[in-house]
Design a binder for this molecule. Structure first.
Ligand SMILES: Nc1nc2c(ncn2[C@@H]2O[C@H](COP(=O)(O)OP(=O)(O)OP(=O)(O)O)[C@@H](O)[C@H]2O)c(=O)[nH]1
Length: 416
């Protein structure tokens, strides 16, 4: 069967998602640093000749396999400092503080609205990413701090779907390991990860971050061994930590007793959920990293390659199927429209033999011999297109809301 999609580009896009403060931006910065170094090493070794085996391999690499710096996209409008220089930055387009003021919103509403406004221009960004995807290895997208703003918003879905349709894409779910040592927080993180994985259906990588502070061994064991998780629960520390001091007041003692009851309920809830999540753990790849020291980052890039393979084997055939069905449906509809038109014309000929035939001429004018029905004013609706930027539509661009911190002069990608 002929392929209906263009061949996949070289790049894999990585959507970095995680709870507030889990270290998404620091992680994206660590990825950028590592790839920058890899690209530099490859360039140097190909210039100097190959001293060792790794350098020889890098030197022998073709332009298609040679390491390249990562392409970075910041989607967090509220971040003040980033540890990397983004190539595309939402803050160049939308001023989230002005959005808050003009729409009378709180911080989260401001971030969400800023992201919505940005998404209306995402076709232009996607055009740029598609161009870069042919020669770079990874495109990293750093998402807003409040996880639900991206994962459960319409704009988050639009961005994710658009990316996944254009190139191999995976999700990197960043976990704050030191803040996940209690079974309850571990479980809530896993449930969140599970819901995102089933919502996006994209290859998924769990990233246990901050391992310089806390090893992730406990979490990996809980995922592998249900009894180890049960043992942690039996220790009575499902939630962290008790606020009862050495000499509790009556109220505090009552709260503690109350908590003792809750603990029993929470433990049995955790137990049931751990059983449910067993299947989910089987489909996961997990990597432990420290974004500050760079430990584990190369292993993460290997996981991205595995995820790319999974995308090509599982996600892309589904995408092909949907596209093929849509194309067939469109062809069928076109055929039906032409048949109806022919029928109308035949009826017009019979009835209109007495009339002057003006109406019939009007119909014929709208029918182009190749079966294409030309919508009245369709050309006008399309606006002016820039052939270099797919999706650019000058007319639509100007129709976008101009208030609220829009910067129509935004430059994508950013000047170096
Ligand atoms: N020790 C240690 N600290 C880290 C690591 N990664 C991130 N941090 C720290 O965690 C804090 C939060 O990091 P960010 O990168 O801002 O986290 P974020 O998820 O992007 O934050 P928001 O987008 O604001 O939610 C910062 O103080 C970082 O320095 C790590 O691997 N080790």
């Amino acid at each position: 069967m002929a392929a209906v999609l263009p061949p996949p580009p070289r790049a894999t896009s990585v959507l970095v998602i995680g709870m507030a403060g889990s270290g998404k931006s620091t992680f994206a910065a660590a990825l950028a640093r590592t790839r920058q170094r890899d690209a530099l090493d490859a360039a140097q070794s190909s210039a100097q000749g190959s001293a060792d085996a790794a350098a020889a391999a890098a030197a022998a690499a073709t332009p298609d396999t040679r390491p390249t710096p990562a392409y970075l996209v910041n989607l967090d409008p509220a971040v003040t400092t980033l540890g990397y220089e983004p190539n595309v930055d939402i803050r160049d387009t939308v001023d989230y503080r002005r959005v808050m003021e003009e729409y009378n919103l709180g911080p989260n509403g401001g971030i969400l609205t800023a992201l919505n406004l940005f998404t209306t221009k995402f076709d232009q960004v996607l055009g740029i990413l598609e161009k870069r995807a042919t020669d770079c290895q990874e495109i990293i997208l750093d998402t807003p701090g409040q996880i639900e703003i991206f994962t459960w918003s319409a704009s988050g879905s639009i961005i994710t779907d658009a990316l996944a349709s254009a190139m191999p894409t995976c999700v990197a779910y960043v976990i704050d390991t030191p803040r996940t040592t209690a079974p309850a927080t571990f479980m809530s993180n896993m449930l969140y990860a599970c819901s995102i994985m089933y919502k996006t259906r994209l290859p998924f990588i769990l990233v246990f971050n901050k391992t310089d502070v806390q090893s992730s061994d406990f979490a990996l064991e809980w995922m592998k061994d249900f009894e180890a998780f049960q043992a942690a629960l039996a220790g009575g520390n499902a939630t962290e930590p008790s606020d009862v001091g050495a000499h509790p007041s009556v109220a505090a003692a009552t709260r503690a007793a109350q908590r003792g009851e809750d603990q029993g309920y929470i433990n049995s809830l955790m137990n049931s959920m751990a059983l449910v999540l067993d299947e989910f753990y089987n489909n996961l790849r997990a990597v432990s990293v420290s974004s500050t020291t760079g430990d584990g980052i190369p292993a993460f890039f290997s996981a991205v390659q595995e995820a790319r393979q999974e995308y090509l084997e599982d996600y892309r055939p589904e995408l092909e199927r949907v596209k093929r069905e849509r194309d067939e449906k469109r062809e069928r509809k076109k055929g039906e429209e032409v048949a109806r038109l022919m029928r109308d014309m035949a009826m017009g000929e019979q009835a209109g033999a007495k009339e002057d035939g003006a109406e019939e001429e009007k119909i014929i004018d709208r029918y182009e011999g190749d079966g294409e029905i030309i919508e009245p004013d369709a050309d006008e609706e399309m606006g002016t297109r820039d052939p270099d930027v797919p999706g650019t539509n000058q007319r639509n661009t100007h129709a976008l809301p101009r208030s609220s911190g829009w910067d129509d002069g935004a430059q994508w990608p950013r000047p170096a």
